[in-house]
Design a protein around this ligand. Structure first.
Ligand code: ARG
Length: 458
């Protein structure tokens, strides 16, 4: 039975019904639908549109439906059109005629707009909590690795030495911005659309601000047409999730590289790797690869919702039903990836010796050799040229800068003295970089303390 059957005369077409129905996916927010209905009838009673007795009967009926759905004694009817029709039909079946008053002063258009907001608001909170756990894990790794040296790269070529703390700190910043984006979205979307009706409000004396406060919204929406057709917050969320996934994917890519036989910077825990069915020696970084791969799905959701919305005239149109499966999948995917990724990095081991050796070769101290000359009065551009010659010399001999004798140094520039060795040691290269944001352990330690305070206030 359809909510809107009255005006129709022809038999229903099963194919059309299935194409039109959303119950298979909107049943996910049955709790929010019931929560919204309870607030709605509470307001109706306060405004004397329903009697208190009617309100109590409806609230008891809805609460019973919620309990029974949660304990499994009531099943969602897969043949229903959507979750809204299902709950209303179940209510009428339970409490009879009075149940038919639930939908007074409401349309499914404002109802679905409300349900989706309530659902998404909860999901944003869960996602933010998962991001916080990820940040805590990153911070723990940073604190343990303030002096674990590794090469820093540009163009995937060794550039200058950094530390694991410094490298992970870059990701801390990214995920912290992601948290900020989620809380911004929540602030902007936290307005209650209920009472907007189908598009033009209602003639009942609703108290929309009261409904809004019952559901912990900051206020009621101000334009009823916008209320039922606004999906901006879903687009913002899809964009924020795409950014989270982009960050996770970059991090995954690095983990895959570090875990390769050629690098061996890290070792993934057995629990986060898989074997090959044919090659017994393999231990593959599948989880990192899957996180990287699933990024495409979340990008797809963003493109899809933007495209779905672009040609829709005001106000509600059925196209908007397409927002759900996409967003639900993107939310599940993003949450799952954050969680798995956190587990993966909290169990992986760093091969500090290998990373240190790698940081020492590849001329990562060439800039510091040039800076040494500059400190002795050589203009930087000339110093750059001199060190370029040193590098060529070393490449020819198959040695690194530290392996050169002082005579060899001086044959290229007489400015070099014995203290060049100290100046270009790995320890010096890292420890002397103490400007804010640099890898020097002393400054990095201060940064981790700031991070700690930030997390405590989150
Ligand atoms: N399932 C619909 C959706 O997801 C609910 C709103 C239906 N409204 C309507 N006028 N048919 O958008």
């Amino acid at each position: 039975m359809k909510l809107w059957g009255g005006r129709f005369t022809k038999e229903e077409n099963e194919l059309v019904n299935r194409f039109n129905a959303s119950i298979s996916f909107d049943q996910r927010f049955y709790k929010q639908d019931i929560q919204g209905s309870i607030a709605h009838v509470t307001m109706l009673a306060k405004q004397q549109i329903l009697t208190d007795q009617e309100k109590d009967q409806i609230v008891a009926g809805l609460t019973g439906i919620l309990t029974d759905l949660e304990n499994g004694s009531l099943q969602i009817d897969p043949g229903a059109e959507d979750i809204h029709s299902f709950v209303e039909a179940a209510l009428i079946e339970r409490i009879g005629e009075v149940g038919k008053k639930l939908h007074t002063g409401r349309s499914r258009n404002d109802q679905v707009a409300l349900d989706m907001k309530l659902y998404v608001r909860d999901e944003i909170d869960e996602m933010a909590a998962l991001l916080k756990a990820l940040l805590e894990t990153i911070l723990k790794i940073m604190k343990e690795n303030l002096e674990t040296y590794m090469p820093g790269f540009t163009h995937l070529q060794k550039a200058q030495p950094v530390t694991v703390a410094h490298h992970f700190g870059a990701y801390f910043e990214m995920f912290l911005r992601d948290c900020g984006r989620l809380s911004d979205i929540k602030k902007r979307m936290n307005t209650c659309p209920l009472g907007a009706g189908a598009l033009a409000g209602t003639t009942y004396p609703l108290d929309r601000e009261y409904t809004a406060s019952l559901l912990s919204f900051d206020c009621a929406t101000r334009n009823s047409m916008d209320s039922v057709s606004d999906r901006d917050y879903l687009i913002e969320l899809a964009s924020a999730m795409a950014t989270i996934m982009m960050h996770l994917s970059r991090f995954s890519e690095e983990i895959i590289i570090w875990n390769s036989n050629e690098y061996q910077f890290i070792e993934l825990d057995d629990a986060y790797s898989t074997g090959s069915s044919i090659m017994p020696q393999k231990k593959n970084p599948d989880i990192a690869e899957l996180v990287r791969g699933k990024t495409g799905r979340v990008y797809g959701a963003l493109t899809s919702i933007l495209t779905t919305m672009k040609g829709i005239p005001l106000a509600y149109n059925k196209d908007m039903q397409e927002d759900k499966e996409l967003l639900f999948d993107a939310i599940d995917t993003t949450k799952g990836c954050i969680q798995l990724f956190t587990g993966m990095i909290s169990t992986m081991k760093f091969n500090a010796e290998i990373m240190k050796k790698s940081a020492m070769n590849g001329f990562t101290n060439a800039t510091d050799a040039a800076d040494y000359l500059v400190k002795h009065g050589v203009p930087f551009r000339d110093a750059h040229g001199i060190v370029g010659k040193l590098v060529l010399y070393c490449l020819d001999k198959g040695i690194s800068l530290d392996d050169m004798s002082l005579d060899e140094f001086r044959s290229i520039s007489p400015v070099f003295e014995e203290d060049i060795y100290e100046a270009i040691s790995l320890k010096t290269c890292v420890e002397k970089r103490t400007t804010l944001g640099a890898p020097g352990p002393s400054v990095m330690k201060q940064v981790t303390e700031e991070y700690e305070a930030l997390l405590n206030n989150m």
